[in-house]
Write a protein that binds this ligand. Structure first.
Ligand SMILES: Cc1cc2nc3c(=O)[nH]c(=O)nc-3n(C[C@H](O)[C@H](O)[C@H](O)COP(=O)(O)O)c2cc1C
Length: 422
C-alpha cells in the first residue's frame, strides 16, 4: 500500500490522521485507545493555567438534516477542566509509551509573555513533539481575552507566536480561527511570527437552534444559552476554502498546513490533502463514530492512492492547488448542458419544477398517454447544474460538454467588461 508516513514541521507520524484538540484527546485513557486504533497523532485537548476552568451542563447541540445526525455540531465547552499537573504527567507517559506517534499539545494562556514562557517550559519537559497555539475557541475563553479574541488580531497572532518560538525549541503550530473576514491576515501573521505550521479550522460562531419551550438558544444551561463553536461535516466547505487560500498564497509559501473541519471519510481527507494540507485532524467524526474509523481512513486513503498511482503523500499534497483560481480567470466560453438518462429517470419531475420555477425553463415535461417524460431543451440550458443536484437518482442527470468552437475568454477579456484589456 502507498506510504502514508508524514513529516509535518519536523514532527513524524505513521499516517496523516491526527485527532484534533477536543474531548477525544483530553486524557491518557482516550489517547492510548486512539493510538491502539491506529491514529497517527493527537493534539492534546487545550491546556491552560491552574486553577482549571469549569464547564457547563449541557454543552453540545447538533444539527440533523434529512435523518442524518450530527451534520453540524455545536459546543460551548471550554479548554481542559483537568489540573495542569495531571495533564502534563499523562502526556509524558503517553509519549514514552508511543514514541512513533505525533503528540502535539494545544495551549491557551493569557496574552502575557511570562504566562507562555512558563507553560512552554513545562510542556517541553514532557517530551511532547510540538505545541499548537489555540487562537480559535470562539466562546467563553474569548470573553477572557484568549482564543479567537487573539486569533482575530493578526498583530497578536504574530506577537504570541514570536514569544513561543523564542521560549521553546519545539515546533510551534498556530491554530487559526475561521471567525474572520480573510484567513490570510492571521495566517501570514503566524508565518511572520515564525510559526512552523498552521492548523485550521477551529470552530465557527453559531447558534445551533432555539428551544421553543424554554425560549432559549441551545444547548441550554438552566434556561439560558449562548453562542457556541460550530463544526462537523457542515463546515467542511468553509475549511477547504480557507486551506486552499493559504496554500496558494505566495506570502504563506512553504508553510505546512494541518487541515481540520468536517473530515469523516478518507475522501474528505484526500480533498484537504489535494488542496494543500499535509496532515488532517478529526474531531466530530471521532466523537460520533469512535476511534475505529481510523482503519477506514487509513485503508481508504491508501487503497485510493494505490489506484491512482500515488506512491506517497508527496505526490498528492497540493495537487489541486494550481487549479484553484479567481472567478475572473474562468473560461466564459466553456459550455455544458444537462442530459437525462431516460432509463434511470423515475419521472418525479423535480428537475422540471426546479428549472421551470427558479431557473431557465430548460427541462420540458411531455405527457404522452398515462406517462410523463422529461427532456432538456439544449438551446435554453445554461449548464447551471441545478437539475442534476435536485434529481434524487444518482447518475440520472449528468452534464456534458458542448463543443462551441469559440476560443477561451475570461472576464478580463470579455467584451461586456467595461474594464477589459484590449
Ligand atoms: C466539544 C468540542 C471541544 C473542543 N475543544 C477544543 C479545544 O479545547 N481546543 C481546540 O483547539 N479546539 C477544540 N475544538 C475544535 C476542534 O479541535 C476542531 O477544530 C473542530 O471541531 C473542527 O473539526 P471537526 O469538524 O472534525 O469537528 C473542540 C471541538 C469540540 C466539538
Amino acid at each position: 500500500m502507498a506510504d502514508l508516513r508524514t513529516r509535518f514541521a519536523g514532527i513524524a507520524s505513521p499516517n496523516p490522521f491526527w485527532l484534533a484538540s477536543a474531548p477525544p484527546t483530553d486524557k491518557e485513557y482516550n489517547v492510548v485507545r486512539a493510538f491502539k486504533a491506529g491514529w497517527g497523532g493527537a493534539v492534546w485537548k487545550t491546556l491552560g493555567e491552574d486553577p482549571p476552568i469549569v464547564n457547563t451542563a449541557s454543552r453540545y447541540g447538533t444539527l440533523e438534516v434529512g435523518g442524518m445526525r450530527m451534520v453540524g455540531f455545536n459546543n460551548i465547552e471550554l479548554i481542559t477542566d483537568r489540573p495542569l499537573e495531571v495533564n502534563l504527567r499523562e502526556i509524558a507517559q503517553v509519549k514514552r509509551a508511543w514514541p512513533d506517534r505525533a503528540l502535539i499539545i494545544s495551549l491557551m494562556v493569557p496574552c502575557e509573555e511570562e504566562s507562555w514562557k512558563q507553560i512552554l517550559k513545562r510542556v517541553e519537559a514532557t517530551g511532547a513533539d510540538g505545541v499548537e497555539l489555540n487562537f480559535g475557541c470562539p466562546h467563553g475563553m474569548s470573553e477572557r481575552g484568549m482564543g479567537s479574541a487573539v486569533g482575530q488580531v493578526p498583530d497578536y497572532v504574530e506577537m504570541v507566536t514570536r514569544w513561543c518560538k523564542a521560549h521553546s525549541r519545539m515546533p510551534v503550530l498556530v491554530k487559526l480561527t475561521p471567525n474572520i473576514t480573510s484567513i490570510l491576515g492571521p495566517a501570514r501573521a503566524a508565518k511572520r511570527g515564525g510559526a512552523d505550521g498552521v492548523s485550521l479550522i477551529n470552530t465557527l460562531n453559531s447558534v445551533i437552534g432555539v428551544d421553543l419551550d424554554q425560549m432559549a438558544p441551545m444547548p441550554t444551561v438552566a434556561g439560558k444559552g449562548t453562542h457556541g463553536g460550530y463544526c462537523g461535516p457542515a463546515v467542511k466547505p468553509i475549511a477547504l476554502h480557507m486551506v486552499a487560500e493559504i496554500a496558494r498564497d505566495p506570502e504563506c509559501a512553504g508553510l505546512p498546513i494541518s487541515g481540520i473541519g468536517g473530515i469523516a471519510t478518507w475522501r474528505d481527507a484526500a480533498e484537504f490533502l489535494a488542496l494543500g494540507a499535509s496532515t488532517v485532524q478529526v474531531c466530530t467524526a471521532a466523537m460520533h463514530y469512535g476511534f475505529k474509523i481510523a482503519d477506514d481512513l487509513v485503508d481508504g486513503l491508501g487503497n485510493w492512492m494505490d489506484e491512482k498511482g500515488y506512491a506517497d503523500l508527496g505526490g498528492l499534497v497540493a495537487r489541486a492547488v494550481p487549479n484553484v483560481t479567481d472567478w475572473q480567470h474562468l473560461d466564459l466560453n466553456y459550455k455544458t448542458v444537462a442530459r437525462i438518462d431516460q432509463d434511470l429517470c423515475i419521472k418525479c419531475g423535480l428537475c422540471h419544477i426546479a428549472c421551470e420555477d427558479t431557473s431557465h425553463q430548460a427541462v420540458a415535461q411531455h405527457k404522452n398517454g398515462a406517462g410523463r417524460r422529461y427532456e432538456v431543451i439544449d438551446q435554453e440550458c445554461v449548464g447551471c447544474n441545478l437539475c442534476m443536484h435536485a434529481c434524487p437518482v444518482t447518475g440520472c442527470i449528468s452534464m456534458v460538454e458542448i463543443e462551441t468552437g469559440l476560443p477561451t475568454v475570461t472576464w478580463k477579456e470579455h467584451p461586456n467588461n467595461p474594464m477589459r484589456r484590449a
